[in-house]
Design a protein around this ligand. Structure first.
Ligand SMILES: Cc1cc2nc3c(=O)[nH]c(=O)nc-3n(C[C@H](O)[C@H](O)[C@H](O)COP(=O)(O)OP(=O)(O)OC[C@H]3O[C@@H](n4cnc5c(N)ncnc54)[C@H](O)[C@@H]3O)c2cc1C
Length: 415
């Protein structure tokens, strides 16, 4: 890379690229220990993704212990230990209370701001930044960063800043309209860090089959979904599923998409099997069908609606090639068996995702092996720190990703 022009201002102690959840908290923790901090944010305002979070209500954390919290991220979750020690769930709630924002838990699990407004979360963070004397440059897109003898030179369209330490809090690729542009990955790579492939995660799935379009009015509670590929059957879960015009969404689908999205790179389509009847198995259905024989004139779909919404049971009857209005007494044994097979394991094929526009997080990012978990400093580049979604960590729905963004920002700011 060619040398950058000479900067015009004295150096900052810390420049943070990215004024999202992680960058804002990092600025606060650094400024509180007396550091001169500058946030460079390319958008016209801070925290756009934070504002959109949780349907603008901001599910900012959850009540899990740090141990359980880390487990939900899979094997790489342990990387978060030191950050959670600094600002785990309880401490984060205290942190916000200290800023004048109380939080509540309504379902025993998810933590929300008391008024359920993400704008309140952003307001207290920006007020604190102002109080702490953090400098903020909006519409300041960083285009290059380079080491200097005293730290780093950070180039933006309007000139150059210099800083002793640099934090990449540039987020991921989800929700591009919030400023998610992925430059953080290139900056990290230029400093010798490696990145894992990136995929949209926490994202609705599209399906080859078009029958979900006729079932859009329905949420199926406690649905079970499993990937039907021999090597990937461990990708499975139970939760709420919603049909869409193009496929599937709902918390269960968003969580599974974190593992399914990378598979779509390898396999063009990913077969799933669903149990939409709260896990009912073959024996249970056989008992139910036997009991239905007592009312032999009732139509099949009339009986099935006791367990499944009409449109969904019509779709399954169609897969079984059985007329839904068939009277029970006309249902042949082979038809019944096929229907039961499909009720227990309803097949559907994922053809893709709705992309980063519809995603709430990015799977993949800067490799954790290249970063010290105790400080979040890059191993290859002293003085360079990384926090939040730019790192290769993504959690399920339920306040996991914001908790990580806040905790990692806090720790990196202390560095
Ligand atoms: C719709 C939606 C809903 C969500 N809901 C929840 C929820 O309820 N609970 C939860 O835990 N998580 C939720 N998430 C995920 C969570 O919001 C993110 O994981 C989290 O905000 C990431 O924080 P971050 O600071 O790492 O990145 P961001 O918040 O994305 O911040 C990165 C910032 O860096 C800036 N930037 C990037 N490159 C440059 C550059 N070159 N120069 C200058 N600035 C740059 C960007 O403009 C951006 O403002 C949701 C996400 C979405 C999209």
């Amino acid at each position: 890379m060619p040398a950058l022009p000479t900067p015009s201002q004295p150096p900052y102690d810390l420049i943070i690229i990215g004024g999202g959840a992680s960058g804002l908290v990092a600025a606060i923790s650094a400024a509180r220990i007396g550091k001169q901090v500058l946030i460079c944010e390319q958008s016209g305002s801070l925290g756009l993704k934070l504002l959109a979070s949780g349907g603008e209500r901001c599910n900012l954390s959850n009540t899990l212990s740090s141990e359980d919290f880390m487990q939900r991220f899979g094997p790489s979750g342990r990387f978060m230990g030191p950050a959670l020690e600094q600002l785990g769930g309880d401490k984060l709630r205290e942190f916000f209370a200290g800023l004048g924002l109380e939080t509540v838990v309504l379902d025993g699990f998810r933590v929300w701001p008391i008024d359920r407004k993400s704008v309140s979360v952003l307001r207290v963070l920006t007020e604190e930044i102002e109080r702490a004397g953090v400098h903020v440059q909006l519409e300041c897109k960083v285009i290059a960063a380079q080491t200097t003898p005293d730290g780093f030179a950070v180039q933006h369209a309007g000139g150059l800043f210099q800083t002793r330490k640099l934090l990449l809090a540039t987020g991921g690729l989800a929700l591009p309209k919030s400023g998610a542009s992925g430059e953080g990955y290139s900056f990290a790579e230029e400093f010798g860090l490696r990145c894992t492939p990136r995929y949209p995660a926490g994202v609705p799935l599209t399906t080859v089959e078009d029958w979900p379009a006729s079932c859009t009015a329905h949420t199926i509670g406690k649905a079970h979904i499993q990937v039907d590929l021999p090597k990937h059957k461990r990708i499975a879960g139970t939760g709420d599923l919603i049909f869409t015009k193009t496929g599937l969404r709902g918390p269960l689908v968003l969580d599974l998409s974190r593992d399914i999205s990378p598979l779509l790179d390898k396999y063009d389509t990913v077969p799933l099997v669903m149990n939409l009847c709260r896990g009912k198995n073959q024996e249970e259905w056989q008992t139910i069908f036997k009991a239905w024989r007592l009312k032999p004139n009732a139509a099949l779909d009339e009986r099935l609606t006791e367990h499944l919404p009409l449109e969904v049971n019509h779709a399954i009857c169609k897969l079984a090639e059985v007329e839904p209005d068939l009277p029970m007494h006309s249902l042949a044994g082979a038809q019944r068996d096929e229907l039961i097979r499909l009720l227990v394991r309803t097949p559907i094929t994922v053809s893709g995702t709705t992309g980063y526009e519809g995603a709430f997080v990015t799977r993949g990012g800067v490799r954790l092996k290249d970063v010290r978990p105790e400080t979040l400093e890059a191993k290859t580049q002293p003085g360079l720190y990384l926090s939040g979604e730019v790192l290769d960590l993504d959690g399920p729905c339920g306040g996991f990703n914001l908790q990580w963004a806040f905790a990692s920002g806090y720790l990196a700011g202390l560095g």
